[in-house]
Write a protein of this length. Structure first.
Length: 123
């Protein structure tokens, strides 16, 4: 039974990591929560996989900051927003559906609100 539990957690961790990476690239998916869930799943599946995940750049750059309750530097916030905004603008140009365009505008506005007011700016 423990072996099956480890496999299920490992598969959930891999799936969540993939979605988290996609969320880093795509503006419509949040990457952070999926990275956190992947870290949780990997830690429950195997010590070896947990150690591997904790050694990755993704973990050290994104998950560790969340776990340590840090914020982001102003430079990181600007970089992330510019990348996300470029994807939103490209999507806005390519999609000719009014409801989707309105959703993208609302998403961009919420993203800026969240980064400005909800994520602490650190030096």
């Amino acid at each position: 039974m423990k072996h099956i539990k480890n496999i299920v957690f490992a598969l959930l961790g891999i799936l969540s990591l993939g979605i988290g990476i996609a969320g880093t690239i795509l503006p419509v998916l949040p990457g952070g929560p999926f990275y956190l869930f992947a870290a949780f799943c990997f830690s429950k599946s195997s010590k070896r996989i947990e150690n591997w995940f904790q050694s990755t750049t993704v973990y050290q750059k994104y998950v560790l900051a969340f776990l340590q309750k840090k914020g982001l530097t102003k430079k990181e916030k600007i970089r992330i927003n510019i990348i996300a905004d470029s994807f939103i603008i490209a999507s806005f140009i390519m999609v000719d559906i009014l409801v989707a365009r309105i959703f993208m505008i609302l998403l961009a506005l919420y993203k800026h609100y969240y980064f400005i007011y909800k994520i602490e700016t650190i030096e």
